[in-house]
Design a binder for this molecule. Structure first.
Ligand code: NDP
Ligand code: 8X3
Length: 252
């Protein structure tokens, strides 16, 4: 029977590259995000290039009822999810705590923490019913270290680190693996989103060194997902060679 991966935030960056990687490895994929045109285009691309099926689910992860509806209304075939990649997430702003925007904090917390929790609860119940599964959470170097002005984004990624450990303790005896992959700087739409579409500011983040590409993380996600049944990779911290920690870069 074909295996199934559900990847949140597959309209861009790491999630999209991950959908491609799983499709290349003959997984059927469920891809989610809010931009339906991108989901449809990716479905067409993956189904035409690979002999697989793609299901698109367009919803906002912050809306609890929408998440419940999307997962509970899956047809039987699609409920047999082998791998959940909790990838969707974002940073908004780079400001000291006393200048932070409360709405932006809500968006980050609701997406990065609460959305991930809704998905994890719903899909882990399906996995328990199937007797196996693997949840891979996309954390960040920002979940290992705080950096100036990163405050709330960093806190959401610290939460993912904590939740990954807690979820593993709850699920490992039920046959479900839980892993975290924590990337350093990867060139995606992440900085454009963080800086509200200011492309010049966003581009500067990746100047003077070679950042990670989304495909580098997708390759690692696949590595983690394709281990033998008795092996679980708990945590992977993946950095560009030119980034030694959250704030120290070797730039030209
Ligand atoms: P992108 O901005 O390229 O992709 C983010 C994805 O998340 C998009 O597909 C977006 O889809 C989805 N998303 C955001 N908000 C929501 C929402 N409310 N509901 C549903 N989907 C949502 O960034 P990346 O690929 O870089 O980010 C992916 C993950 O990797 C994030 O969790 C990020 O924190 C993490 N990360 C990124 C790093 C980097 O340097 N780029 C480093 C470390 C971690 P849509 O807009 O269509 O809804
Ligand atoms: C994204 C990388 O360093 O901007 O998580 O936090 S960083």
């Amino acid at each position: 029977m074909d295996k199934i991966a559900l990847i949140t935030g597959a309209t861009s960056g790491i999630g999209k590259a991950c959908a491609v990687k799983f499709a290349q490895n003959s997984f059927d994929v469920i891809i989610t995000g809010r931009r339906n045109d991108r989901l449809k285009n990716l479905k067409e691309e993956l189904e035409s290039k690979h002999n697989i099926q793609v299901l698109t689910l367009c919803f906002d992860l912050r809306e609890k009822e929408a998440v419940i509806k999307a997962i509970e209304s899956l047809e039987k075939k699609w409920k047999r999810i082998d791998v959940l990649v909790n990838n969707a997430g974002l940073a908004l702003d780079l400001k000291p705590i006393h200048e932070g925007n409360l709405d932006n904090w809500d968006t980050m917390i609701d997406t990065n923490i609460k959305g991930l929790l809704y998905m994890s609860k719903l899909v882990s119940n399906l996995m328990i019913g199937n007797g196996s599964g693997h949840i891979i959470n996309i954390g960040s170097i920002a979940g290992k270290e705080a950096y100036p002005n990163g405050n709330v984004y960093s806190a959401t990624k610290h939460a993912i680190e904590g939740l990954t450990k807690g979820m593993r303790l709850d699920l490992f005896k039920l046959g479900i693996k839980v892993s975290q992959i924590a990337p350093g700087a990867a060139e995606t739409e992440f900085s454009e989103v963080r800086f509200h579409g200011e492309k010049e500011t966003a581009d500067k983040v990746y100047k003077g060194y070679t950042p990670l590409a989304a495909e580098d993380i997708a390759r690692s996600i696949w590595f983690v997902a394709s281990q033998p049944d008795h092996v679980n990779i708990n945590d992977l911290l993946i950095m560009p060679m030119a980034q030694a920690n959250a704030t120290t870069f070797n730039k030209n």
